[in-house]
Ligand binder design. Structure first.
Ligand SMILES: [Zn+2]
Length: 299
């Protein structure tokens, strides 16, 4: 399978992928789907049974790093250096404070340049992170010296069962090959009563609209993004993994998109935030563009 050059992802060279694999729905394990879109020759499928949106065929795990080459090291550090607390961090910090005001031990998986960890330093949390970029880890060492960062993928790091009272994954779960196994693994690291907070893109409704409006400047980012979770599918993952009181919020836009991009995203989100407020947080409209789902471990 030859993968076409992408004008959007930071993979700027053509390359060939020899090893791809067909996958069934990760959530309900059925294999009945409709094709919602195609990006870089990868099909974006919607499960006809549970509604999970996923990429298939997917590159095999050892082929995936090609798609990340040179991605993170240069791009984020500029925006991080501004040291300003963005909308995303403020919003997630408010969720953590509301759901777990007493604090405790927090693990941020894929902590990047430590923006979110840095936003928590004045709260009663001891801070731990995991990250694959050594450049990013060095940066966190300077900016959030109280945090302990472990190098590696989720599968590479080891923690004792019940080591944490909160675990956060911000823009991580859409990248992993097996979200169900990932959630099961990290759930073990949480103590009973612990908070799991996951922020992910919610792009599939835009991809559907794009079939009739192909000029829409929005992309699934396949195959770096392998899944697109919704306010229905992600809480179901949490429920099946033993989490209760699971809620979904509309995520806030990243400041790094620039003032114009930010204005545009707020504009798209505004009706959703209004409807969300009017329904007491129950309604998440399809053009939220990203969601934050959180629940409490009960077993
Ligand atoms: Zn399914």
């Amino acid at each position: 399978m030859e993968v076409k050059r992408s004008f959007y992802t930071t993979v700027n060279h053509p390359f060939e992928i020899d090893r791809v694999e067909e996958v069934a729905c990760n959530l309900c394990e059925r294999d009945r789907y409709r094709v919602t879109g195609i990006e870089l020759d990868f099909e974006i499928r919607t499960c006809l049974n549970c509604g999970l949106v996923y990429v298939s065929p997917q590159p095999c795990a050892d082929e995936l790093p090609v798609f990340y080459a040179g991605m993170y090291a240069d791009r984020e550090v500029e925006t991080v250096n501004a040291r300003s607390l963005g909308h995303v961090e403020r919003h997630l910090r408010s969720i953590v404070s509301r759901r777990r005001p007493e604090g405790g031990r927090l693990l941020d998986i894929g902590c990047g340049y430590g923006r979110f960890l840095g936003s928590l330093v004045d709260l009663p949390w001891s801070l731990t992170g995991t990250e694959i970029s050594e450049t990013a880890i060095a940066h966190v060492g300077e900016t959030v010296p109280s945090a302990t960062i472990h190098h590696g993928l989720i599968e590479d790091v080891e923690f004792e069962d019940g080591s944490f009272d909160a675990i956060t994954l911000i823009a991580v779960l859409e990248h992993v090959k097996d979200p169900k196994a990932t959630i099961a693994r990290i759930a073990q690291w949480l103590a009973p009563g612990g908070l799991l907070l996951i922020q992910v893109p919610y792009i599939a409704p835009f991809i559907r609209v794009k079939r009739v409006l192909p000029f829409l400047p929005i992309h699934f980012e396949a195959p770096r993004h392998l899944y697109d979770f919704s306010p229905r599918t992600l809480p179901r993952y949490l429920k099946e993994a033993g989490f209760d009181d699971n809620r979904a919020d509309i995520a806030r836009p990243y400041s790094s998109v620039g003032p114009l991009g930010e204005l545009l995203i707020w504009g798209v989100k505004a009706p959703g935030l209004a409807l969300n407020a009017l329904t007491g947080g129950r309604y998440i409209y399809p053009f939220a563009s990203a969601i934050a789902v959180h629940g409490i471990k009960t077993r």
